[in-house]
Design a protein around this ligand. Structure first.
Ligand SMILES: O=P(O)(O)OC[C@H]1O[C@H](O[C@H]2O[C@H](CO)[C@@H](O)[C@H](O)[C@H]2O)[C@H](O)[C@@H](O)[C@@H]1O
Length: 246
């Protein structure tokens, strides 16, 4: 049985159904420049098909801030947005976190400026140190270690693919997706993700009846199912859309 067949068998009859998906590495290929990570050509129409089905809600869940996620993906309503690794729901963020974030920016800026090719990304509730374009890989590793050491006890370190993010809240994708599922009274939940922070969602959803979790790509995971790559995501979501009559 393919992952798509399994997802259809377990979810097609469940309503309301929440289809929640990570963005980078699932709907968009990884790029050197985060702003260039646009969705795969098939993704917007396929997500709209799913969101058009009766009692189906589609949510994009990302480490990006919601504003960045909307701008980079080009996606808008009817989709729901969870950003900043769970700290932002649609457009809401506690403004008090910005001052705390700016202290982190001050601490990390000199570290990043000392390493050629490194970049600092300032997000609503976090600061991310990117090393994808650092040619000296030993320097990249050392920078991520120094950035981790700069974190205070009230920060949450979130490692990812060539990135270390320091968040100023303890929100995660797991609690955020569970909260949205409760709000919707969802009887079924599908979650797709490829990166370390998606493991929080896989773990949080594991005990929930009617939840199916899918890891995209290689690596250890708490997800129940796996697809190899973004083409696997397209096939899986197409099977679900067909089964929903969307
Ligand atoms: O939760 P996600 O939607 O997967 O977002 C995770 C991070 O994605 C972005 O960084 C990653 O993608 C970049 C563009 O392809 C790539 O250059 C970088 O190496 C990846 O780590 C985004 O820039 C971060 O803010 C997100 O946290």
């Amino acid at each position: 049985m393919t992952a798509g067949t399994e997802v259809v068998a377990r979810l097609a009859g469940r309503r309301p159904l929440l289809v929640a998906t990570d963005y980078d590495g699932v709907l968009a290929r990884l790029r050197d420049v985060p702003g260039e990570a646009v969705p795969e050509e098939w993704a917007p129409d396929l997500l709209r098909r799913l969101a058009g089905a009766q009692d189906v809600v589609v949510a994009l869940v990302s480490g990006r801030g919601v504003q960045d996620l909307r701008a980079t993906s080009g996606l808008a309503e009817p989709f729901r947005f969870i950003g900043s690794h769970g700290a932002e729901h649609d457009d809401g963020l506690d403004p008090a976190v910005a001052a705390e974030r700016d202290l982190l920016v001050d601490a990390l800026t000199p570290l990043v400026e000392a390493v050629e090719g490194a970049r600092l990304e300032v997000k609503p509730a976090a600061v991310a140190v990117h090393v994808r374009t650092v040619a000296d890989r030993a320097a990249a590793t050392a920078l991520l270690e120094r950035a981790a050491a700069a974190a205070g006890p009230h920060h949450t370190a979130k490692p990812g693919k060539d990135v270390l993010e320091l968040a100023v809240t303890d929100a995660d994708k797991g609690t955020a997706v569970l909260r949205l599922a409760e709000q919707l009274g969802a009887d079924g939940v599908l979650y797709l993700g490829d990166d370390v922070t998606d493991e929080d969602a896989f773990t949080a959803l594991a005990p929930r009846t009617g939840a199916v979790t899918v890891k995209v790509g290689d690596g250890d995971t708490a997800a129940q199912l796996r697809v190899a790559d973004l083409d696997g995501v397209r096939e899986l979501l197409t099977s679900l859309a067909d089964a929903l009559g969307a």
